[in-house]
Design a protein around this ligand. Structure first.
Ligand SMILES: Nc1ncnc2c1ncn2[C@@H]1O[C@H](COP(=O)(O)OP(=O)(O)OP(=O)(O)O)[C@@H](O)[C@H]1O
Ligand SMILES: [Mg+2]
Length: 387
């Protein structure tokens, strides 16, 4: 059986033959480097001048054999080489430095080593053109996606506005129901008093005044609604309690219609917050509308919406709760996402809570969360204090 070669045997064998051995090793190394898919470039750095002195096959193919013995500027331009050379001087290694050569992207890595009077730089270049192209396409796709999302958000805001316009007409109808009936009564009075020969000037004046007062009231309602739904242009400090009152006022006729009672518990008269008062009222209105929608389906009484406002340190907490039976548990985890609705058959769009969250989080820098309690739903809003 043949004995295994030991290190000592090998040493004996090559002794005196070191130069030749090194030469063979070097040739092997170069042969292997010629097989690699990366471009490899060796540069001599003698004080004051540098020159490319060897390139593997891939490098020759990519950059041309003519670069041999040339300054590295010729390969990648003075500014890219200046940058790489400086970094190599400072750190002795570079990694994945992106350089564009003739429209293609390369990642250069390399090392710098010292001889006695010279330095020796080895660079490996990886062609990442396709990779960079892919990154560029991805970046473009992402910005397109962001643009689409913004557009979508804008459309949704518009949709919400249309929906609230639709609701506004509903509110006005509720507000006008009574004065319109009264107006009808006045006209009937006038007619019957005329038929009975009782229509004198003073009676006529009285009825006309009553009618005018009703018309004034009705047109004031429209003004109130118009102001209410006008978006605020700038952030301001405003009274949260007042904004909530206005939201309740806007829906009051519709709440009366369903015999819904609104209970308010404000621990102070005023709570100041920074933001957009009309948008904030709109956010609260969306919550009240949802509670009203749930309560309108409730067959029994009481039907209550309770609104609590209290201070939480220097911040403000608002709770809007109802006894309308609560939110479908299946909807809870996605409730604030757009188009999530449990009322599709009755015309719900699922935009209300999405808009409410946008207003509370983006415009008021606050937080909103929903939960169910024993007999109904509860929305908790947290608003940071001013300043
Ligand atoms: N107070 C509540 N009680 C019970 N369910 C609620 C309550 N608030 C919200 N929900 C549920 O959450 C769903 C989403 O509410 P959201 O306001 O976003 O949309 P919507 O009311 O369906 O439609 P709209 O866009 O007209 O407001 C509702 O459809 C309802 O199922
Ligand atoms: Mg709603």
């Amino acid at each position: 059986m043949r004995a295994l070669l030991t290190n000592r045997d090998i040493f004996q064998h090559v002794k005196g033959n070191v130069a030749r051995m090194l030469e063979i090793k070097l040739r092997h190394a170069k042969e292997i480097m010629d097989l690699l898919p990366e471009a490899i470039i060796e540069i001599f750095d003698i004080p004051g001048q540098q020159a490319i002195h060897w390139m593997n096959r891939r490098a020759q193919l990519l950059f041309g054999k003519a670069l041999l013995n040339q300054h590295p500027d010729r390969l990648m331009g003075a500014s890219a080489w200046g940058r790489l050379y400086r970094e190599l001087g400072e750190r002795e290694v570079i990694q994945n430095n992106l350089v564009t050569i003739r429209g293609k992207s390369f990642e250069f890595s390399g090392t710098l080593s010292h001889n006695i009077n010279s330095r020796y730089i080895k660079l490996i270049a990886k062609d990442v053109t396709e990779h960079e192209e892919a990154k560029k396409i991805l970046r473009e796709e992402i910005s397109e996606e962001i643009r689409l999302r913004r557009e979508n958000e804008y459309l949704m805001m518009q949709q919400a506005r249309m929906a609230s316009m639709g609701e506004t007409v509903g509110y006005i109808a509720h507000q006008w129901r009574q004065p319109l009936a009264q107006m009808g009564g006045i006209l009937m009075n006038l007619e019957s008093s005329y038929l009975f020969g009782e229509l004198d000037k003073s009676y006529l004046t009285e009825k006309i005044e009553q009618g005018n007062a009703l018309i004034k009231y009705m047109s004031r309602t429209i003004d109130d609604f118009r102001l209410f739904f006008q978006p605020n242009r700038e952030s301001e400090t405003f009274d949260v309690a007042d904004s909530i009152q206005r939201a309740v006022q806007i829906v009051s006729a519709s709440l009366n219609y369903y015999h819904i009672e609104v209970k308010r518990a404000f621990t102070r008269e005023r709570f100041f917050a920074a933001g957009y008062p009309n948008e904030f009222s709109q956010a609260i209105l969306n919550l009240i509308n949802n509670a009203r929608d749930a309560l309108s389906q409730k067959p029994t009484y009481p039907k209550t919406i309770s609104i609590t406002v209290k201070e939480l340190g220097s911040d403000t907490e608002i709770l809007v709760c109802d006894d309308g039976g609560g939110i479908d548990p299946q909807l809870l985890s996605t409730l604030f996402e757009p188009y999530v609705t449990g009322r599709r058959e009755s015309g719900g769009t699922g935009v209300g809570l999405y808009i409410t969250r946008l207003i509370i989080e983006q415009k008021m820098k606050g937080k909103i969360e929903a939960s169910n309690r024993a007999d109904g739903a509860c929305f908790r809003i947290f608003l940071p204090s001013v300043g």
